[in-house]
Design a protein around this ligand. Sequence first.
Ligand code: HEM
Length: 249
Amino acid sequence: MSTVNLPLAERKRLKKKKLTKHHLANILTHWFNAFSWGFLLATGLAPLIKWHESWGLFWGFVITFNVLVGFRRYFMPFGARRMLLDQDDLEWFKQYGRKLAGLSYQLPEQDDYNAGQKAFSYVVILGIITIIITGLIMTFSPQVMRATGGMQWIIQWAMPLHFTAVGLVVAGLVVHIYMGAIFPEERSAFFSMFSGKVDALYAYSHHHKWYKRYIRAEQAWEAQERAKDIEMGVGTAVSDAELDELAGD
Ligand code: HEM
């Protein structure tokens, strides 16, 4: 959704308004994960393998614990809204391909995560599950051998699978880090990974479906509070202009 149809005063108002996109637990988990990836990639080679195993176990435990504790409250809604691809997402891939090829394009409205980010989350989630399972098999290979009565192939398969999953996530990360940290259009998203907030102008133009839902929820809350004020006799009359704004016109 382009912002060119908005007058400058409105663009300025939206630029100042902040919308909450990420909560603290999300931010802390993200940076813990990002730090861990840096550390684990640097220590994955033989001389530092003990560091790799220890931090890998800790990282795997924290990630698994977070997912299990928040499975119903956070992980399921996360999966439903941030991963399931709808018709607009499929169109987004087509249009983004045109954009990259330098052709004319019109990106459809996107939710709080665009189709590219949704696709990346599959790579991350499937990759991390594979990495944790194969990492555990390699770390505890003597115990695995004993428990399976010497099924060495399990350990032999664990290493190439571990490397393949890491390779796929790292390939996605190259784009993710470029988009997150360098791409100028996504600057607001980068800062939101620290403050939790994006400006409304960015939300309006990049995540319009989410923007509309957010503003509607805000308006519903405001209307409810206003009704309480009026009930208590402290409310002021609502002007036509305000009614229009509450209705989103
Ligand atoms: C220097 C490294 C990194 C930077 C600069 C970075 C940047 C970002 C930014 C800006 C966002 C917010 C996107 C938005 O709100 O539209 C984000 C979200 C996300 N990042 Fe990263 N990232 C980094 C490392 C990683 C790593 C290593 C992973 C996983 C392997 C990862 C996985 C994710 C996921 C799954 C999300 C969405 C979930 C959430 O809201 O927490 N990131 N990242």
